[in-house]
Write a protein that binds this ligand. Structure first.
Ligand SMILES: *Cc1c(COP(=O)(O)O)cnc(C)c1O
Length: 431
């Protein structure tokens, strides 16, 4: 049997051992957590107007460190980035029935954060190169009810912030950055996530750095920062004693991050730069190795940008290949390539949006008076995002792996083997 015979057709596979999993947690985090446990104070927050309304020593230390790291006036930690997104939408003053333009190519929480304030998500299409919101599509979706843009720096690459901010300025809109997947990256010399009215990062286990669960909000706006802190910590019980005049969206939550998580976060943030650099090194090697394979587009990084490679995005030219993505995926998986995902779910196609039921059973908010026009979530409203999901996009979970040179080499070998045998794939798996 030839060693070149594809594994999917009975040959030997290229990769026989699983790739090394990524684990950013080390002894520094262990020591930091231990010290907090030994102190006996695992959270020092008070949900009342008191010095501890702003949290305990580790929360505050972590926040000051984030401010220095991201170069912002204010960092506000929260117990998840989903909580952070909800706080952000509330803090910029989004009202029931307001429309917020968001990308369909994201994790569901970017859009549900909008619904949490009974506002209406409007989905605009993405750019084919960055997979982030297309500023022209955003502008085409603006109505008299549009109040904000939720820009997501998806897969690890910044959205087109210059053009999105220009659209926002022209139409008087707020901008929120969901930078969960691109912490520590740059857009034209600025840190991704810091250019919007409010932005931030996830500290969930699946992200570059984590504290188990957690999130960091960043803003240069003093008022937004204080509103974030109120929403985080039972605002309605605090605004009176604090003497706040502005009661817009002052229903508070408990979005507080604990002391253990904050202590771990301090250690994680010190490592972020190296972790991102590790992903970049592996991605650049992989991209160099995959150059010249016909019908395979490796990641594009816009001038002046860096990529965190939360996912390593590949796009197939299925017409040119004469093969479906499913067959290519199966062949690669058979060679032992793990961590591949076909497509990236389009949020507007989830059942909740298709049926237009977010709260209760009567179609709230879309069926109610606060929703002032018919908003479409039909298949076809975001053709670029939909085609990538349905036909052409393959993502490799770069963030979940700690690929060394040898592993990247094996991955390249597996792709090359599949690409050398496209003809035999075509003969076995006619489209
Ligand atoms: C992970 C993620 C979130 C949610 O963050 P959590 O900390 O898990 O709540 C939101 N948006 C995007 C783009 C994400 O990748």
């Amino acid at each position: 049997m030839s060693k070149d015979k594809l594994a999917i057709l009975g040959g030997n596979k290229v990769i026989s051992a699983p790739f090394k999993r990524y684990n950013p947690i080390g002894t520094e985090e262990l020591e930091a957590a231990k010290a907090v446990i030994e102190s006996g104070v695992l959270s020092q927050f008070l949900g009342a107007w008191h010095a501890d309304f702003y949290g305990g020593p580790k929360v505050r230390e972590f926040e000051r460190m984030c401010e220095a790291y991201f170069g912002v006036r204010h960092a506000v930690t929260v117990n998840s980035w989903t909580s952070g997104l909800i706080a952000a939408v509330g803090a910029v003053g989004i009202e029931p029935g307001d429309e917020v333009i968001v990308t369909p190519w994201t994790m569901c929480a970017s859009a549900t954060a909008i619904l949490h304030w009974n506002a209406i998500p409007v989905f605009a299409d993405i750019e084919p190169n960055t997979f982030c919101l297309d500023p022209a599509a955003v502008e085409a979706n603006i109505t008299p009810y549009t109040k904000a843009i939720m820009a997501v720096d998806i897969l690890g690459h910044s959205a087109n912030m210059d053009n999105l901010l220009a659209v926002a300025r022209k139409h008087g809109l707020k901008v929120i950055s969901d930078t969960a997947q691109a912490p520590g990256t740059y857009y034209k010399g600025k840190m991704t996530g810091t250019m919007a009215d409010v932005g931030g990062y996830s500290l969930n286990y699946h992200k570059h750095i984590h504290t188990g669960e957690g999130g960091i909000l960043v803003t240069d706006d003093d008022q937004i920062a204080e509103r974030l802190r109120l929403i985080r910590n039972h605002a309605e019980a605090v605004v009176g004693p604090k003497g706040e005049e502005n009661l817009v969206n002052m229903i508070g939550h408990n979005f507080r991050l604990g002391e253990i998580e904050s202590a771990i976060g301090i250690e994680q943030l010190k490592k972020l730069k190296n972790f991102v650099a590790g992903r970049q090194r592996a991605a650049e090697l992989l991209t160099a190795g995959l150059q010249g394979l016909p019908g395979l587009r490796t990641p594009l990084v816009e001038p002046g940008c860096t990529h965190a490679y939360y996912m390593y995005p590949l796009v197939l030219d299925v017409e040119m290949l004469g093969l479906s993505r499913a067959v290519i995926m199966k062949a690669l998986k058979a060679e032992g390539v793990e961590g591949l995902a076909a497509g990236y779910a389009n949020i507007h196609l989830l059942p909740m949006y298709q049926k237009k039921i977010a709260y209760g059973s009567h179609g709230f908010p879309w069926s109610s008076d606060i929703c002032r026009r018919e908003v479409s979530y039909a298949h076809g409203i975001c053709p670029v995002a939909e085609e990538l999901h349905e036909k052409t996009y393959i993502g490799f979970a770069m963030c979940m792996h700690e690929l060394d040179e040898k592993e990247v080499g094996l991955m390249v070998e597996a792709f090359k083997k599949v690409w050398t045998n496209l003809e035999s794939l075509r003969s076995h798996f006619a489209r």
